[in-house]
Design a protein around this ligand. Structure first.
Ligand code: SF4
Length: 216
């Protein structure tokens, strides 16, 4: 079984406005469709879905899948990637975790496990096929969509280019939609090689996020 990693983060208590959830989110939280698949991975873990949305949300964060730390805490982006993403968005943790304002909907709701080489496995396609259309149908109040990483770029944007090319074409996307790289430490080199992301894209993104939250 997967040994829970040490967490440098205190367990976050939800804000009062975060306690609202939906029947669909409760249904997803009991899903065990991938039990056999996860049991066969190097981490041999059980499913732990992390659905994080309500229909009121103004901002969608559409990523790849929870990592091992999120699997242990049950809180999305409660890790260094989340710290970087919050910095990109100009948001504090309270605002980021307010489900009444921000929906976090990855391509799979569970940690997919590690391969024998220690890499994150891809999100199981059955999760998207089973849940995504239902979740997206509930999110009718969105004003900003953040599409993070290659899997989400392909699904949400129909991207046929690599992550750099997709992100670089951000001005061609519909207003309020942003393609982003994964905020993982693994992409620190990418950020250095592509300063336009920090200098040009992020200021526009932060302004759009602020506007969406103020409108909401
Ligand atoms: S990844 Fe998705 S489909 Fe698989 S067990 Fe988790 S919630 Fe269910």
């Amino acid at each position: 079984m997967l040994a829970p990693p040490e967490l440098p983060y205190a367990v976050l208590m939800p804000r009062s406005s975060d306690t609202t959830t939906t029947p669909l989110a409760r249904q997803i939280s009991t899903c065990r469709l991938c039990a056999d698949r996860f049991a066969a991975t190097a981490t041999a873990h059980a499913p732990r879905p992390v659905p994080w949305f309500t229909p009121k949300a103004r901002i969608l964060i559409a990523g790849q899948a929870p990592g091992a730390r999120v699997h242990a805490s049950g809180i999305p982006f409660n890790d260094p990637s989340g710290d970087r993403l919050r910095d990109w968005l100009g948001l504090d943790r309270d605002t980021f975790y307010d489900r009444a304002r921000i929906a976090i909907v990855p391509m799979a709701f569970c940690f997919p496990g590690y391969s024998a080489k220690g890499s994150d496995l891809p999100p199981p396609p059955v999760c998207r096929a089973t849940w995504h259309n239902h979740v997206m149908a509930e999110l009718t109040n969105l004003s900003v969509r953040l599409i993070i990483g290659g899997y989400a770029h392909r699904y949400h944007l129909g991207a046929r280019t690599n992550v750099t090319q997709t992100v670089q074409a951000w001005r061609d996307l519909p207003t309020g939609t942003f393609a982003l790289p994964h905020p993982s430490w693994r992409n620190t080199g990418w950020l250095k090689k592509n300063p336009w992301f920090t200098d040009e894209l992020l200021p526009v993104l932060r302004a759009r996020v602020k506007e969406a939250l103020n409108d909401g």
